[in-house]
Design a protein around this ligand. Structure first.
Ligand code: MN
Length: 734
């Protein structure tokens, strides 16, 4: 390939100029020189490198810096770091070099970024542990994660150049961690793009299906929106509002989610868009003006009473403020309307970036972000040894919806949905939690496990005699409460173990065994107890008896080599190595491979589906569809247990697939459906279930087919049966 280096050099400079243009307003005196220096250092460092697409590598850091400047609104330090973000990781430059050239702060941030990329790309260790490190690094300086998000966004935008298995892994990780992070930081635009791109690579068929349908239905939607807003516009002008009113389409990802979770067809989703009214009004009139607009709209269209959301009086903890209502529009269609001010809109779309602009008025939101970061640091201080559980807790606590509850004095506490009275107690103070015996919610006595609702007023009852109990762990969902309870239980155990140690020492003495570390460890090993602490604990409870000590003495005199018991579960590492084999690719249907695999019943893959193998501990390899509901979790948390898999060609074996048929209850419908199925070559029905209800008809059929082509052919034929209105493939056996 001929590369025009001169043209490339020009293009690099061009892109640099665009970057400067994007951040010029935010650069202070002397900043421009530093950015220029960072640019030159990065160009030099990456000069021999190219991206997978063949482009010069430096395009990437420039693009990341551009996103940081334009879409996140970072200042010069952030831009400098974005330009340099891959240098320490991928080039000869060291952190020392960076510190020498750009100072302490920049080198700290680059260090954080380098740590993150190190952990993410390391596929051999457990992914969940890596996420913890990402979060730990991020909580040190928020810019680390903002630049990482920009880096991820650019990588997602250019993902087409990667190999398929990399694409799936990166896209899953994006959906699992980075999109929720962007959401949590209030970067709505970036979150939406990350989600849509994530879907494009994890379930491209569904993605393009929705994208095409959105495009096709656009003119019709535009007409409807026009009709809806026309009368409102007039009145808003009359009342002297300065405003924008427009229809806003939902993202492909959110439509996809609705289709999946609600089981509805694209055509049946009524809220493919929301109407947004953005008013320009002074800060101190924001709330009353938004409600005035609400009043105007509901004069015109009837609101649904249970669909009013007031995030102006109580903003979400990521700073989101808006007034939402759903009204009955023309043609009997429900329409969601979002009312907010320019400032709120900017904050909602650009989150962190916009915070700076509205610094005065947004001071307390700024502190909300700070307190969120503080919570992350708190959680990370007492990490759960089980990394995966930690990540679940983390996602639950920091990404989930929240409720607001109040102390008797009226202080508001924010907790995740599902939090209990005991969570509330720990939220107030560790001591309050530890001594909690019950609570009064809205003046009524409730147990510790009582689940709170938004608006509850909670009074915690304590007693000095109370101590945390083992089963408390089942009553709490916040990571804070969990880790405090675990710590306290550990303390209690330690005390008991101290006593046990003395008991055991006396027993050893009685049987003339020296109470040495070696002997204690050997005894642990002999009894298959995981630690000496655990052994002492058992001793304290009287669970180490003389027989065991005598057997241990015998064993010491006459050691028998431990035999691996038959049926012992093989080691996971061994399984992974075996499964990876030499080819690194599992070919389904190839008998020569002698690998034990099963098609997972959660998504019933058939040939033609995009699939991967997942190594389970007891059941060999399970094959899942890439768009299986469980796939994202598996791919992002256990990448090291994933095996590439593809279907062998020309397979004539059959696979189980499920379809759901919905229609009107016509005479002979069932008969006609079964006729179509039995007329299809080589299709065998395994089970068939039909339900009729008030003229509606719903059937679930499990059939054996060869591949997706085969299945689609059958579905096409079934669609032609009179009375059938909808057919879809289903994941699980209904
Ligand atoms: Mn990068």
């Amino acid at each position: 390939m001929q590369i025009d280096l001169e043209a490339e050099r020009k293009e690099i400079l061009n892109r640099y100029k665009l970057l400067i243009k994007a951040c010029k307003r935010r650069l202070e005196k002397g900043d421009k020189e530093t950015v220029r220096k960072a640019f030159e250092v990065a160009v030099e460092a990456h000069k021999e490198m190219r991206r997978k697409s063949g482009e010069p590598y430096i395009y990437h850091p420039i693009a990341v810096a551009q996103i940081c400047a334009e879409e996140i609104g970072l200042g010069s330090t952030g831009i400098v770091c974005a330009l340099l973000h891959d240098t320490v990781e991928d080039t000869d430059l060291t952190l020392e070099d960076i510190r020498g050239l750009f100072g302490e702060k920049v080198s700290q941030i680059i260090n954080g970024l380098t740590k993150i990329s190190g952990v993410i790309d390391n596929t051999s260790s457990i992914q969940a542990e890596n996420f913890r490190k990402v979060l730990l690094t991020m909580s040190e300086d928020i810019r680390v994660i903002l630049i990482k998000l920009a880096d991820r966004l650019h990588n997602m935008r250019t993902l087409e150049h990667m190999k398929r298995d990399k694409q799936i892994k990166i896209a899953s990780e994006t959906l699992f961690l980075y999109a929720p992070l962007a959401h949590r930081l209030g970067l709505n635009t970036i979150k939406t793009e990350l989600e849509d791109l994530g879907l494009k690579y994890t379930d491209s068929e569904a993605y393009y299906d929705i994208a095409v349908k959105l495009k096709e239905t656009e003119p019709e939607r535009k007409r409807f929106i026009q009709k809806f807003i026309e009368p409102l516009k007039e009145i808003l002008v009359e009342q002297g509002f300065k405003f924008k009113i427009f229809g806003r389409p939902k993202s492909i990802f959110s439509i996809y989610n609705k289709v999946k979770t609600k089981g509805v067809l694209f055509e049946e989703i009524y809220d493919l868009f929301a109407i947004r009214i953005v008013i320009d009004t002074p800060y101190d009139q924001e709330k009353s003006d938004c409600w005035k607009v609400y009043s105007i709209i509901t004069d015109f269209y009837h609101p649904s009473p249970d669909r009013l959301r007031d995030w102006i009086s109580t903003p979400k903890s990521n700073g989101y403020e808006s007034l939402h209502t759903t009204v009955m529009g023309p043609e009997g269609k429900w329409v969601e309307v979002q009312i907010r001010t320019l400032r709120m809109d900017d904050l909602a779309e650009n989150g962190y970036a916009a915070h700076w602009k509205y610094k005065d008025s947004a001071a307390d939101k700024e502190s909300k972000l700070e307190s969120w970061l503080l919570r992350i640091r708190e959680m990370l201080e007492n990490p759960d040894p089980n990394a995966l559980e930690f990540i679940d807790d983390f996602k639950l606590n920091l990404f989930s919806d929240e409720i607001f509850s109040f102390t008797p004095k009226g202080d508001m506490k924010t907790l995740p949905v599902g939090a209990t009275a005991l969570d509330f107690a720990f939220e107030i103070h560790t001591k309050v939690g530890e001594h909690c015996i019950g609570a009064k919610v809205n003046h009524k006595l409730v147990p510790l496990s009582h689940e709170l609702k938004s608006g509850d007023q909670v009074e915690i009852l304590t007693s000095n005699k109370q101590t945390p109990k083992e089963d408390w762990l089942n009553y709490v969902i916040t990571a804070k409460a969990k880790s405090k309870i675990k710590n306290s239980l550990k303390e209690q155990r330690k005390k008991v173990a101290e006593e046990g140690r003395e008991i055991l020492e006396r027993k050893f003495y009685k049987h003339k065994i020296d109470f040495t570390l070696q002997n204690v460890n050997d005894f642990c090993h002999f009894l298959k107890v995981p630690s000496s602490q655990e052994l002492f604990y058992r001793a304290a409870l009287g669970n180490v008896d003389v027989k065991e000590i005598k057997a241990f003495i015998k064993h010491k005199e006459n050691p028998v080599k431990p035999q691996q018991k038959k049926g012992d579960a093989p080691k996971l590492e061994q399984l992974v190595t075996n499964a990876r084999g030499s080819s690194n690719m599992l070919v389904i249907g190839d008998d020569m491979q002698k690998l034990d695999y099963k098609l997972s019943p959660c998504c019933n893959p058939i040939p033609g589906d995009d699939v991967f193998g997942f190594i389970t501990i007891n059941e060999g390899i399970k094959i899942h569809r890439v768009n299986c509901p469980n796939a994202i979790k598996l791919l992002s948390n256990y990448a090291y247990r994933v095996v590439k898999a593809k279907w062998m060609n020309d397979q004539m074996i059959s696979f189980l697939a499920g379809i759901k048929i919905i229609g009107t209850d016509e005479i002979g419908l069932v008969n006609n459906i079964t006729k179509v199925i039995s007329n299809e070559n080589n299709v065998n029905m395994r089970s068939i279930n039909f339900d009729t209800d008030g003229g509606m008809f719903e059937g679930t059929i499990m059939i054996y087919v060869h591949d997706t082509k085969h299945l689609n052919h059958l579905i096409d034929n079934l669609k032609k049966v009179k009375g059938v209105t909808k057919i879809e493939r289903i994941d699980e056996k209904g």
